[in-house]
Design a protein around this ligand. Structure first.
Ligand SMILES: Nc1ncnc2c1ncn2[C@@H]1O[C@H](COP(=O)(O)OP(=O)(O)OP(=O)(O)O)[C@@H](O)[C@H]1O
Length: 683
C-alpha cells in the first residue's frame, strides 16, 4: 500500500493506476468496435429474413445504439484520463471528520479517477463537494455539503502541487489560502494564447460564485481582469457536473460579444472535461430574426464607430433604447389593436365566417394572443369548423389561401412599415421607404423593431435553454434586456464591468435589471483584479477615476507614455520594443480607436516588420469584425474588439488630449488588456 501522505509516492502510484485503466479502456474500445462491426455484418447477412413486423430489426438497432453510446462514454473517459496523465492532481486536503482520530486524505484534480468504476476515487474532481474544502477553508475547522448533509471536521493540512508531464515540479504545504506565490507565478507566466483554466488557484470569493446554485439570476459586477469570464466558464463546468441529470451542455447558451471572443474561450470547457456550449452574439440573432423585415442590420461595431464620429448618435441611441421610448411603443401597440384592423366576412365554398363572429373571436376569445398572430387563431377556428362539417382535413393548398384571407384584415404585417408609422406618429425622423431587399436598419433601430416583433407576434420561447450566460452585461441596453426577458425564462449568470461601457456614459445595468428580472436577482461584486501588474492596473484606474479597485501584488515594468507626431512614428517606436523576450511573450497587440486606423496600422506595420525579418504571414494579424479566431503573435485591433481579450504586451495608440468619455473608456479598455507591459502613445 502506498503512503498517501507522500505526494511523490502517491503520484507514481496514481500514474500506474491511470496507465492500467487506460489500457483497459483501450481494450474495451476495441471490443466495442468489433461488436459494432459484428452487428453490421449480422444485419447485412440476415436483413432479408428478419421478421416482417421489424421487431428484430428494431432490437438490432437498439443494441447498436447502446454499443455506440457505450463507446462514446469510454472515449470521453479516455480523453480525461489521458489529460490526467500529464497532471493527475494539483491539490490535497487532509480532513479529520468530527469524531475521527485520523484525517482522510483527498487529492484533487481535473476529474474523478478511481481504479475501477464505482470504487472510491483516488483523485477527486475539483467540482466534487469535498473539494470545496480546498478552496474555501484554511487550516482549522471546516465543513462541506455532501449529498447526505453537512460534514464537519478540521483541516489538518492543505497541499499544492505542480505536476507536468507526469513529473512533480513542486509540492508544498500551504498554511493559508491558496498561496499568493503560486497565484503570482500563474499570473506571471506566459505561453498561453487563449484564456487559461484557473482550477489550481480559484480564490475563495470566486469559488462562492462558481458553486452558487441557489440564485436564479446572478449578476456579477467585476473590475477589469477580476476573473469574471473565467469564473463564468468554471461555473458552467460546475453546474454541468452537479446536475448531469437535468442539464446538458446543449441547454446552456452564452451571449458573447463576437466570434473572436468565442474562439478565445472555446477550449476551456473541453479542457475541464465538458463539451463546448452554444454561443451566439445578440446582434447576429437580431439580424437573423429580422430577415423578413430588413435585408441588413447594423451591428454594435457600426454604432461605436458612428458614436466616435458623431456625438449626437449616442444620444439618439440612448433615447431609442430608453424606457420612455418603450412606453411609447407600448402605447402604439395598444392603438394598433383597433387601427390596424379592417374586419370583413370570410368565405370558403358555402361556409361563411361573419365579420361580427370574427370580431368576437378576435377581441374576446383570443385577446391574450399577440395582435399579429391572433388572426391565425381565428382562421384555425374556422378551418376546424369546416373540417368537422366536411369530416375531412383541408389540404395545404386550400388551408394556406384561406389563412391568407384572414391575414388580409391587418392593414400591414410588415414590421418595418409598422415601426415607421410609429416613428411618424411620435414625431421622430422616419426610415426611408424601400423594398425589403434594399432596407438596412441602423443599430439604434434594430432592437426597437425586434421589440415590436416580440411584442406583436408570437415567438417561440427558447425553452431548451436552461441557463443563459451574458458576458459584458454593460453593453446591453435596457431594451435588449426587455427582449431577453421575453426570450428566456431560465436561470442566468450576467457579468460585466460598468467601467468598460463603450459609450459616452457609463452604464450600470444594476440600476434597472432588478426592475426587469424581479427580486430573484443577486448581485455580487468582484473588486480584485488579477490580470494586470500593479503598475498597469493603477495607470488604467487613474484614466477614468476608478477608486475602489483592489490590486493583486504583482509588479512589472512602469507604464511608458510617449507623445508622437503621427501613427507611423508610434509604430516605429513600438516595433523596436516588440517582443523583447521571445521566450516569455507570446502575444502583443496594437490597440487603436477605430476601424480605419486599425487597417492603416496593419498596413504600416506589415511594411515595417517585413524589413525586419518578422514572419508577417504567421505572426501578424488584423483582428476585425469578420475575424473568427484569436492568434498568437502581434494583433492589430480596435479597443472594442479587444474587449475581453488579453495580451502580454500592449501598445495603446490614441489621439492626444482626447477627453471625451467614450475615448477615455476606450483607453481604459485598451490599457487593461495588458498582462505585463503597457506602452501608451499619444498622437
Ligand atoms: N483565481 C485565478 N487564478 C489564476 N488566474 C486568474 C484567477 N482569476 C483570474 N485570473 C486571470 O486573470 C485574467 C483575467 O481574467 P478574466 O479574463 O476572466 O477577467 P475578466 O474580469 O473577464 O476581465 P475583463 O472584464 O477585463 O475582460 C486571466 O488571465 C485569468 O486567467
Amino acid at each position: 500500500m502506498t503512503d498517501q501522505k507522500n505526494g511523490q509516492e502517491y503520484l507514481s502510484f496514481v500514474l500506474e493506476k491511470l496507465q492500467a485503466r487506460l489500457a483497459e479502456i483501450s481494450q474495451s474500445l476495441l471490443d466495442g468496435q468489433k461488436e459494432i462491426e459484428n452487428m453490421h455484418d449480422y444485419y447485412w447477412q440476415n436483413y432479408t429474413e428478419m421478421d416482417q413486423y421489424g421487431y428484430e430489426d428494431y432490437d438490432n438497432q437498439q443494441a447498436l445504439l447502446h454499443q455506440v453510446n457505450a463507446n462514446q462514454e469510454q472515449l470521453l473517459l479516455r480523453s480525461r484520463f489521458r489529460k490526467m496523465l500529464d497532471s493527475p492532481f494539483f491539490g490535497r486536503v487532509d480532513f479529520c471528520y468530527d469524531g475521527d482520530d485520523e484525517p482522510e486524505i483527498f487529492y484533487i484534480g481535473i476529474g474523478n479517477f478511481a481504479e475501477r468504476p464505482g470504487e472510491l476515487p483516488l483523485i477527486y474532481d475539483w467540482r466534487s463537494p469535498v473539494s470545496g474544502l480546498f478552496y474555501d477553508f484554511d487550516r482549522g475547522p471546516a465543513s462541506y455539503l455532501a449529498p447526505g448533509g453537512e460534514m464537519t471536521g478540521e483541516i489538518c493540512s492543505k497541499w499544492q502541487y505542480k505536476i507536468r508531464d507526469g513529473k512533480m515540479i513542486y509540492g508544498f504545504e500551504s498554511d493559508v489560502k491558496i498561496d499568493d506565490d503560486i497565484l503570482k507565478a500563474e499570473l506571471g507566466s506566459n505561453g498561453e494564447v487563449q484564456l487559461k483554466n484557473i482550477i489550481r488557484t480559484i480564490q475563495k470569493e470566486q469559488n462562492a460564485i462558481i458553486r452558487n446554485t441557489k440564485d436564479r439570476i446572478l449578476v456579477i459586477q467585476g473590475a477589469a481582469g477580476s476573473g469574471k469570464t473565467s469564473v463564468a466558464l468554471h461555473r458552467i463546468a460546475y453546474l454541468l457536473y452537479h446536475d448531469r441529470q437535468n442539464l446538458k451542455s446543449s441547454n446552456i447558451l452564452i451571449l458573447s460579444p463576437n466570434g473572436v471572443f468565442s474562439d478565445y474561450i472555446s477550449h476551456i470547457l473541453p479542457e475541464l472535461g465538458e463539451e463546448n456550449i452554444q454561443e451566439m452574439s445578440f446582434d447576429l440573432f437580431a439580424y437573423r430574426k429580422l430577415q423578413d423585415t430588413a435585408a441588413d442590420c447594423e451591428d454594435r461595431c457600426d454604432q461605436i464607430e458612428r458614436e466616435m464620429r458623431d456625438p449626437k448618435a449616442a444620444e439618439r441611441f440612448a433615447l431609442k433604447q430608453s424606457q420612455a421610448f418603450v412606453d411609447q411603443m407600448e402605447g402604439f401597440a395598444l392603438e394598433l389593436e383597433d387601427e390596424l384592423m379592417n374586419f370583413s366576412d370570410v368565405s370558403y365554398k358555402s361556409f361563411v365566417k361573419s365579420e361580427s363572429e370574427i370580431i368576437t373571436l378576435f377581441y374576446d376569445k383570443f385577446a391574450d394572443i399577440p395582435l399579429l398572430s391572433r388572426m391565425d387563431a381565428v382562421a384555425e377556428t374556422f378551418i376546424d369548423e369546416i373540417e368537422t362539417l366536411l369530416n375531412r382535413d383541408l389540404p395545404e393548398e386550400e388551408r394556406i389561401p384561406l389563412i391568407e384571407k384572414f391575414r388580409k384584415m391587418y392593414g400591414t404585417m410588415d414590421f418595418y412599415v409598422l415601426y415607421n408609422r410609429f416613428l411618424k406618429k411620435e414625431g421622430y425622423q422616419t426610415l426611408p421607404r424601400r423594398p425589403l431587399e434594399k432596407r438596412k436598419l441602423r443599430y439604434e433601430d434594430v432592437y426597437p423593431v425586434l421589440y415590436l416583433k416580440y411584442r406583436l407576434s408570437r415567438q417561440a420561447e427558447r425553452s431548451n435553454i436552461k441557463h443563459l450566460v451574458i458576458d459584458e452585461m454593460q453593453d446591453y441596453s435596457r431594451l435588449q434586456y426587455l427582449i431577453i426577458r421575453r426570450m428566456f425564462s431560465c436561470k442566468m449568470t450576467i457579468l460585466g464591468d460598468r467601467a468598460q461601457t463603450m459609450a459616452d456614459q457609463q452604464q450600470d445595468v444594476l440600476q434597472f435589471l432588478p426592475g426587469i428580472f424581479g427580486k430573484d436577482l443577486r448581485r455580487i461584486e468582484m473588486r480584485k483584479s488579477y490580470r494586470n501588474t500593479v503598475e498597469i492596473a493603477s495607470y488604467a484606474a487613474n484614466l477614468i477615476g476608478v477608486t475602489d479597485l483592489e490590486l493583486f501584488e504583482r509588479h512589472g515594468m512602469p507604464v511608458l507614455e510617449r507623445d508622437v507626431t503621427d501613427l507611423e512614428a508610434a509604430l516605429r517606436e513600438a516595433v523596436d520594443t516588440l517582443f523583447p523576450d521571445e521566450k516569455t511573450y507570446e502575444t502583443a497587440a496594437v490597440i487603436v480607436p477605430d476601424e480605419k486606423t486599425a487597417e492603416r496600422t496593419y498596413l504600416i506595420l506589415r511594411e515595417i516588420l517585413s524589413e525586419k525579418d518578422f514572419d508577417c504571414e504567421k505572426r501578424l494579424s488584423w483582428l476585425n469584425r469578420d475575424s473568427s479566431s484569436f492568434k498568437k503573435g502581434l494583433t492589430v485591433t480596435t479597443f472594442y474588439l479587444a474587449k475581453g481579450l488579453e495580451f502580454d504586451q500592449v501598445f495603446s495608440i490614441f489621439p492626444k488630449d482626447e477627453k471625451r468619455e467614450i475615448m477615455m473608456q476606450a483607453q481604459y479598455i485598451a490599457a487593461t488588456r495588458a498582462l505585463h507591459e503597457l506602452r501608451v502613445y499619444h498622437i
